[in-house]
Design a protein around this ligand. Structure first.
Ligand SMILES: [Zn+2]
Length: 181
C-alpha cells in the first residue's frame, strides 16, 4: 500500500514541534490553515476546536515518538500496534482532480483532530510495512539534533533529518580529524 506522504510528513512535523516545545495553541491554530492537510475539511478556522487539536496532536507526538526511536522495525511495530489498537478506522477512497487517487482512514463524523490522528497513524504503519524491509523511521544522528524523520530515499539509509544536519556533522567530524593530525 503506498504511503500517504502528506500524512507522514505532517506526523514528522508534529513530533518535532513537540520536541522543540513549539506545539502550543498557536501552533495548532496555524495547523488548520496549512494547505493541504491530509484530510478534506471545509470548516473554517473558527469552527475547529483548537484546544482539542492541540491536545490530540500532543498525544499523537507522544504515542509515535517511541516508534521512531525504536531500535529496529520489529520493536517499532510492537509499539505502533499498541497505539493502532486505540483507533477506529473507516476506509474511504478519495478521487478528485487535485490529487492522485488515494485512501483515507478517518471516520467522517469524527472531529478534525481525531481524523488527522488516524490518517497520521496509518501513514506511519504503511511506512513500517515497507516491502523492502528497510526501517524508514529514524532519529537524526546530527549532534544536538533529536528530530525524527521518515526516510523516503531509494536506498533507505538516511541518517540525518535534513541536509543541514548532515553538512554540519560532516564539517565538525572533518575539523576533529584535522585537529588530531
Ligand atoms: Zn537533524
Amino acid at each position: 500500500m503506498p504511503v500517504h506522504r502528506r500524512a507522514a510528513e505532517l506526523t514528522v512535523d508534529v513530533i518535532n514541534a513537540r520536541r522543540d516545545g513549539l506545539l502550543d495553541h498557536v501552533w495548532a491554530a496555524e495547523l488548520i490553515t496549512r494547505d493541504p492537510l491530509p484530510v478534506q475539511h471545509r470548516r473554517r478556522v473558527e469552527e475547529v476546536d483548537v484546544n482539542d487539536l492541540e491536545h490530540t496532536m500532543r498525544r499523537l507526538a507522544d504515542e509515535l515518538h517511541p516508534v521512531f526511536t525504536a531500535p529496529d522495525a520489529g520493536t517499532a511495530a510492537i509499539r505502533l500496534n499498541e497505539v493502532l489498537a486505540t483507533v477506529v478506522v473507516q476506509v474511504s477512497v478519495s478521487i478528485n482532480e487535485a490529487w492522485a487517487p488515494h485512501l483515507h482512514f478517518d471516520a467522517h463524523h469524527d472531529g478534525l483532530a481525531e481524523r488527522l490522528r488516524v490518517n497520521c497513524l496509518v501513514s506511519i504503519a504503511t511506512v513500517l510495512a515497507d516491502q523492502s524491509g528497510a526501517m524508514r523511521l529514524g532519529e537524526c544522528a546530527g549532534e544536538g539534533c533529536r528530530h525524527v524523520f521518515v526516510d523516503f530515499s531509494r536506498s533507505g539509509h538516511q541518517l540525518f533529518c535534513s541536509r543541514r544536519c548532515a553538512t554540519r556533522t560532516h564539517v565538525s567530524a572533518h575539523r576533529r580529524r584535522l585537529a588530531i593530525r
